[in-house]
Design a protein around this ligand. Structure first.
Ligand SMILES: [Zn+2]
Ligand SMILES: [Zn+2]
Length: 145
């Protein structure tokens, strides 16, 4: 799978099977994506590589490292601290974004009243970290059908 920012100066490829797809309705995602919610696909770090350009850190510049194109400022991917085994990539940037419908949606407590996604599982905040192995398994089964 290939993806790129709005201007195309930063490009990347994904060579591993996605772990899970998500929509996040939190206020932070609403603001950072300038939209109703953010879309992401979590992929194993060793299956993610930049093919062009060098992204820069953006967002709150906190522990969560949000990478942006330094020219067009597209929010591209996020590396969560202490969980360097996966990268959370904004799936809207991928050529095959249409095939990556969100499997779960998070932070529905903060969602805009009219916002809706096709996610099969909804969480008021974030699922507990311990739930992710089961969710990843459920997603793998879901996409295998
Ligand atoms: Zn760009
Ligand atoms: Zn969010």
């Amino acid at each position: 799978m290939h993806g790129e920012c709005r201007c195309g100066q930063v490009g990347f490829q994904i060579t591993a099977a996605p772990l899970i797809t998500m929509a996040c309705h939190c206020k932070g995602c609403q603001r950072m994506s300038s939209s109703a919610y953010s879309l992401s696909v979590a992929v194993p770090s060793d299956g993610f590589a930049l093919t062009r350009g060098t992204p820069v850190i953006g967002g709150l510049h906190g522990a969560l490292q949000h990478y942006f194109c330094g020219y067009c400022m597209t929010w591209m991917f996020t590396r969560p601290p202490g969980m360097d085994w996966f990268v959370n990539v904004r799936s809207s940037l991928l050529e095959n974004a249409g095939q990556l419908a969100p499997f779960i949606e998070t932070c529905t407590k903060e969602k805009l009243p009219w916002a809706a996604t096709p996610a099969l599982r909804s969480y008021e905040s974030f699922p507990a970290l311990e739930e992710f192995p089961q969710l990843i398994e459920a997603y793998a089964k879901h996409v295998a059908v």
